[in-house]
Design a protein around this ligand. Structure first.
Ligand SMILES: [Ca+2]
Ligand SMILES: [Ca+2]
Length: 264
């Protein structure tokens, strides 16, 4: 082999080596424009089992509607039209302007006061008889109400049994839009109101009747009467106080109903 041939061979070898080297280097970089092979993604770890949301707390019995039904209050004839004006009297609520919504109580709740005996701080009423308070007649007509004397007076109903009481409805007098003052309603275990006395309503905001300051509002009398939510208080005797009204100093009652159930 001639010297020239040797030089050519050497040059070719160097060229080949150079090409191989360049290719080897090029392999280490991603070819431009070529999307790298996607790395086989590892399977994601299995999702943890869906966490169960806690179920809503069961509704309390009084809200579950199970065994609740509206109490059936029979209403007398309305004696005046429209929404009564709030009278110029402190601490009196705005009239609702509509009939009150139904009042729910456990099934079997009835008026335990019907024809039950009535006593009073004024045993000789000015007008009428105490029996009118529980005789079922709720009309605002002559002969349908009893009028007690002036000052703080009360009537009291003996239910004849200790009862769970859900509501008391009282009609003082609904011929006109009166507001009766210092209305206080209590439930007790004994007729002298010394045992288990619970005040379920008190709008005597200045305690002028001496039974404590009441936070309830006064209200305008209508044919619907006043429904007092008693929240299941227990007792046998119901006493209702008042101290005159916005028209005169008389204390009137047309009817008192006590919705409850005897304690077994
Ligand atoms: Ca009556
Ligand atoms: Ca008062």
């Amino acid at each position: 082999m001639g010297r020239f041939a040797c030089v050519v061979l050497a040059a070719t070898a160097v060229l080949l080596l150079t090409v191989l080297l360049v290719r080897a280097l090029a392999r280490q970089e991603a070819p431009p424009g070529r999307v790298p092979e996607p790395v086989a993604a590892e399977a994601p770890p299995p999702a943890p089992p869906a966490r169960k949301l806690p179920l809503p707390a069961p509704a309390p019995p009084e809200a579950s509607a199970v065994g609740l039904e509206p109490i059936a209050v029979e209403l007398p004839r309305p004696m005046f039209e429209g929404t009564p004006r709030p009278l110029d009297e402190p601490n009196v609520e705005e009239p609702l302007g509509t009939l009150r919504p139904p009042f729910l109580a456990p099934e079997g709740t009835v008026n335990l006061a019907h024809r039950r005996p009535v006593s009073s701080s004024d045993p000789w009423p000015v007008i009428g008889e105490l029996e009118a308070v529980t005789d079922g007649d709720k009309e605002a007509t002559p002969g349908s109400f009893v009028e007690l004397g002036p000052g703080t007076q009360w009537v009291q109903v003996d239910l004849d049994t200790t009862a769970v009481i859900y509501a008391i409805v009282v009609w003082h007098y609904h011929l006109q839009a009166h507001v009766y003052r210092d209305v206080v309603v209590q439930v007790a275990e004994d007729p002298d109101f010394t045992l288990g006395v619970t005040t379920v309503f008190n709008n005597d905001h200045d305690s002028s009747s001496g039974l404590g300051v009441g936070l309830d509002k006064g209200y305008v009398e209508t044919f619907e009467g006043k429904l007092i939510d008693c929240k299941g208080v227990e007792g046998r005797y119901v006493r209702l106080y008042s101290q005159g009204n916005t028209s005169d100093d008389g204390n009137h009652y047309i009817e008192v109903e006590v919705y409850g159930q005897p304690v077994p």
